[in-house]
Design a protein around this ligand. Sequence first.
Ligand code: 5GP
Length: 191
Amino acid sequence: MKALQNKIITEGIVLSDQVLKVDSFLNHQVDPELMLGIGQTFAALYADMGVTKVLTLESSGIAPAIMTALILKVPLIFARKQKSLTLKDNLYVETVYSFTKQQQNEITISKKFLSANEKVLIIDDFLAYGEAAVGMARIVESAGAEVAGIGIVIEKSFQNGANKLKEAGYRVDSLARIMSLSAGKIEFLEE
Ligand code: 5GP
């Protein structure tokens, strides 16, 4: 997606050869027009797939995911991150290692919002090692529901998340694919 690539080039900050900061349009301040374009792109890719719900992880996945859900005319659920849980009875729970926080989080979804007949499109802001996406996919499957695919705003293709998800049989659609962040420079993987 060209507009996204341009935004990453002009506003992205390379924090290290592993981490990109995009807090001016996605992770802190949010660019609504760009999010709408992202939502339209994901919605077009999944238009005929019978998606019944969009699922993301709080908080940075919510902006692109709500636009996608709006256009697909389906509800959005965001999984919540919690450190420790007391009552798990009515929740689906998965443990996910957080790339940015370097800690284990439990992610949860209330059982009342996910049932066996759903077809779920998972959306996330970044894909690094695939932990967050795998955690969400496991929750969908533990509800007996189906993963329609995984839509990623920014994939860091030099980390192994995309390969891992594809090898596990998931469809992955990434709107920007970064080949390298070495030497402070953002290089995209062109199709
Ligand atoms: P994964 O679970 O695929 O290893 O990492 C993806 C999650 O970590 C995303 O939900 C995102 O919040 C965060 N993340 C991973 N890499 C980056 C990065 O380079 N920049 C930012 N801002 N977040 C990242």
